[in-house]
Design a protein around this ligand. Structure first.
Ligand code: AMP
Ligand code: FES
Ligand code: ZN
Length: 296
């Protein structure tokens, strides 16, 4: 691991990853030993590894799988659900499964077909549904915190995109922990300091069976292009990706983004239909999407 200037054998690497995760959980005040955690698991290497690590560390961590109904010629959703269910079953873990079609009336590709936004790929619409459903389940089932498997490459690529656009609202909120607010569960990213290749190594060495393919709609996404650019930088200067992310967190902590003169916080209120907070006057974006779909 040139970025850390160290090399570990298999056994020590498998110990090092959970130890570091435990350190990050404490350092960023993500959650305590008594709290109930809902891990959003996609069937990919990061979120399944996260669930494995939290379980090994002795946390009370249950899983949530959202079946999005994406096929893409590779049976994507069905296969990732099977791998997630197998993982949970083999370890005796509790997994909640939400089928988006049963919950909302349509799969993600079907929503994309009929919704006005759906001229392009369904990714932003899918993100909206995932955020809404993860929050709904975490709150309905009384979990203290929602954990996702975002790794350093994911976080650095989002940070790069937000910096290119100087998206101050997003820069203010991006980080390992998003505090709980009325109607919104606390969100944490315990793997945010691990390189993607470290998580791949962890999943493979631990013998976790995960879905190798990305979502079929991911090809061509700008986040993937940013990841490639950051990998080029990393090849040239090992550790640059981690420094980019950590120095951003430090800069924000020391108040770099604090002053936004003339910018007032957006006022949020509960959606009239689902109760989740929204800045829109009546319905949140999720409920509006479903309404538009039903009207057509
Ligand atoms: P992505 O947005 O696909 O990069 O995924 C980021 C994180 O969101 C993953 O590490 C998971 O924690 C979570 N996630 C993504 N897709 C799903 C899904 N279908 N069900 C549950 N969690 C998911
Ligand atoms: Fe939602 Fe790819 S995972 S569109
Ligand atoms: Zn709503």
């Amino acid at each position: 691991m040139p970025q850390h200037r160290m090399a570990l054998c298999k056994d020590h690497f498998l110990e090092w990853v959970p130890e570091q995760t435990a350190r990050f959980i404490k350092k960023y005040w993500m959650f305590g030993p008594e709290e109930r955690i809902l891990v959003a698991v996609s069937g990919g290497k990061d979120s399944l590894s996260l669930w494995d690590i939290l379980h090994r560390l002795g946390y009370h961590a249950d899983g949530l799988y959202l079946c999005l109904g994406i096929d893409g010629g590779i049976n994507y959703s069905t296969r990732s659900q099977q791998l997630t269910e197998k993982f949970a079953c083999e370890r005796g873990l509790t997994l909640h499964v939400v089928n988006v079609q049963e919950q909302t009336g349509r799969t993600i590709p079907q929503w994309n077909e009929i919704n006005l936004r759906g001229r392009e790929k369904p990714c932003s619409l899918c993100g909206l549904v995932k955020r809404h459903e993860m929050n709904r389940v975490a709150r309905d089932l009384g979990y203290d915190v929602l954990a996702t498997g975002h790794n350093l490459d994911d976080e650095a690529s989002v940070l790069f995109g937000n910096t290119l656009n100087w998206s101050s609202d997003f820069l203010l909120r991006q980080g390992p922990v998003l505090a709980e607010t009325p109607g919104l569960a606390r969100k944490v990213k315990p793997l945010c300091r691990f390189y993607e290749r470290e998580m791949t190594a962890y999943a493979l060495l631990r013998g976790i069976e995960y879905i190798y393919e990305e979502c079929p709609y991911a090809a061509g996404a700008s986040s993937i292009y940013y990841k490639e650019l950051l990998n080029q930088l990393e090849n040239h200067r090992p550790g640059a990706k981690l420094a980019f992310y950590l120095k951003f967190l430090e800069a924000r902590k020391s108040g770099f983004f604090a002053e936004r003169e003339g910018v007032e916080d957006v006022e949020l209120h509960p959606c009239l239909h689902c109760g989740q907070p929204t800045s829109a006057p009546e319905l949140c974006s999720f409920c509006r999407m479903i309404k538009v779909g039903q009207v057509e």
